[in-house]
Write a protein that binds this ligand. Structure first.
Ligand code: ZN
Length: 557
């Protein structure tokens, strides 16, 4: 490919909103452009990387016995309704209506329902199992926030695979097979992953693992125990709560004076000279279905919205309540009470830490007072008690009871799920066993986002000058810079051998060509100039040194 003919070019300036290094470099290098929030065009360079990532994943799926299919983007909404997934996904699911027939469709956000229906139609017998199917298809997820360039987008290509097994033993083998394959795919793509226990979220089912890549600015947080190796994502991680103030005797509830300007946990800590964990903190949310949730935790902990949703088995998204929402039940910011409102929309939820704490401060702030020595059960009760907080850095591991938990930032590369009969039961998807009886199929699902994978590779392989593509996913193996007439001869010879080469034939300075080669990041740079005489200078993108060899030697290498 001649660079002068390549559509899209490098740029020096980037939009101020780009934060992740992968976003910056893919933008500057001329790989991607955003057409609407969270919707990206892959320019020709980006498209080449994308195709290679797809091929690598597809090869591994084929190797483990999965067969590739293609399915429609528009799913009859009835499929989603069978498992109530339309409600659970809420606004995250994009829907369209056929104006001729009034039939409603959901744009594919995932494919469990569709694949379950597909397999069910063939009435498999135990001899046909397990069945492994996969596809690469465009997915639509109306994320609350699209961010991080290709990391969290609203429309993307996903490889999703689905497995159907007869029994738990067979499913365990299937799960292991895909799990191992995911680790292998990560190695194929030159990325290092950490498998962690994860939350199934809106997809339902019983357990799952995410394959995480550590990244300083990753949007996910991974918890790791320094002793037993326990790894989980923040939404799933469990820890041992210290019993706050456990040695003090239970004291009498008192309403104490408190100046109005003392409101935040920080201000309370300074005012009373007590640690943050001694104070009650309330966070208010509203749900898609119009409920108000008052979440009560101790002051040093933060509410985890996914855990809160799970504890309440909520559908759709949680939004932090606005001042208007607070006013609607007689509260205002900084003066939310942990009990006492007379409004049927309100659900009080307390974290386990609140239940175990003694003589807490706060929970019923007025302009001039706030109670002290507040004890759960004696002084107030929530409708629901559960684990609704982030695991704090340095907490004690609940798995081994002795290690310390550390938080690391990460990006999710892949996710594998065990569903049991979560989908097959409502879809009535069965197989006939040896005795001729119908049994529910046991299902698993396995996803990798292709655009996000591109971002992860760049996060892992770059320097201050640009991208350093691993050869197997690079848009071109060679980036040829011709500084004299011979450049064209070398280009023609490489093309004749069907070697992937990007030839910078532009009439610009050598410095500009070198800078662009570093930014675009092909693994090997070739330079032909008067200085190289009849030879070619070969330099690897990730090494400082170079060597001079003949074109014949280059073709043999
Ligand atoms: Zn541990």
């Amino acid at each position: 490919m001649r660079y002068s003919r390549l559509f899209g070019s490098t740029v020096r300036n980037i939009p101020a909103s780009t934060k992740l290094v992968s976003h910056k470099l893919l933008y500057k290098g001329g790989y991607i452009r955003e057409i609407a929030a969270g919707r990206y065009t892959l320019l020709p360079l980006g498209a080449r990387v994308y195709q290679k990532v797809v091929q690598i994943i597809d090869n591994r799926m084929t190797e483990l016995g999965s067969q590739r299919v293609f399915t429609p983007t528009m799913h009859p909404k009835a499929i989603w309704q069978k498992t109530g997934r339309d409600k659970v996904w809420g606004k995250g699911l994009m829907t369209v209506k056929d104006e001729r027939t009034n039939q409603e469709f959901a744009l594919a956000a995932t494919g469990e329902g569709l694949f379950t229906e597909m397999v069910k139609e063939f009435k498999p017998s135990y001899r046909d199992l397990p069945i492994y199917l996969h596809q690469f298809s465009q997915k639509f997820r109306n994320e609350k926030r699209a961010r991080g360039g290709l990391v969290r987008i609203r429309e993307f290509l996903m490889k999703d695979a689905y497995s159907f097994d007869a029994d738990a033993t067979s499913f365990a083998e299937t799960y292991k097979l895909f799990y191992n394959s995911y680790e292998q795919i990560a190695r194929d793509l030159s990325i290092e992953v950490i498998p962690v226990e994860a939350d199934n979220g809106a997809l339902g089912g019983d357990y799952s693992h995410e394959f995480m890549v550590l990244a300083d600015y990753g949007e996910d947080r991974v918890i790791q125990c320094d002793s037993c190796g326990y790894s989980a994502n923040m939404e799933k991680a469990v820890f041992i709560r210290e019993e706050v103030n456990k040695d003090e005797e239970i004291k009498e509830y008192k309403v104490a004076p408190l100046p109005a300007e003392v409101g935040t946990i920080k201000e309370l800590v300074a005012h009373y000279n007590l640690p943050a964990e001694r104070f009650i903190k309330n966070v208010v949310y509203k749900t898609d279905e119009g409920k108000i949730i008052i979440a009560t935790v101790v002051g040093n902990l933060d509410v985890n919205e996914t855990k809160l949703s799970r504890v309440l088995a909520l559908n759709g998204d949680l939004e932090v309540a606005t001042d208007e929402d607070l006013a609607s039940f007689g509260a205002k910011s900084g003066y939310v009470h942990s009990w006492g409102y007379d409004d049927p929309r309100i659900i009080y939820v307390a974290d386990e830490s609140v239940v175990k704490a003694r003589n807490l401060y706060g929970g019923y702030k007025t302009e001039t007072t706030d109670p002290i020595n507040v004890n759960y059960s004696r002084d107030f009760k929530a409708d629901v008690v559960g684990d609704i907080v982030d695991t704090p850095e340095g907490a004690k591991c609940a798995r081994c009871d002795k290690g310390t938990l550390r938080i690391k930032r990460a990006i999710e590369f892949g996710h594998v799920f065990s569903y049991g009969d979560f989908y097959s039961k409502p879809h009535n998807a069965t197989y006939t066993d040896k005795s001729g009886k119908n049994q529910y199929l046991l299902m698993g699902a396995y996803g990798i986002g292709v655009e996000r994978t591109m971002a992860i590779i760049v996060e892992a392989h770059h320097d201050e000058k640009g991208i350093i593509w691993p050869e197997q996913v690079a848009p071109f193996k060679y980036h040829l810079i011709g500084l004299d007439q011979r450049g064209l001869d070398v280009y023609d010879r490489l093309l004749g051998e069907k070697i992937e080469v990007l030839f910078d034939d532009r009439d610009v300075s050598a410095g500009e060509k070198f800078a662009d080669a570093d930014l675009i990041g092909c693994p090997i740079r070739l330079v032909v100039s008067k200085k190289t005489s009849d030879k070619v200078e070969v330099k690897k993108r990730d090494e400082a040194g170079s060597l001079l060899i003949s074109v014949d030697q280059l073709l043999e290498s």
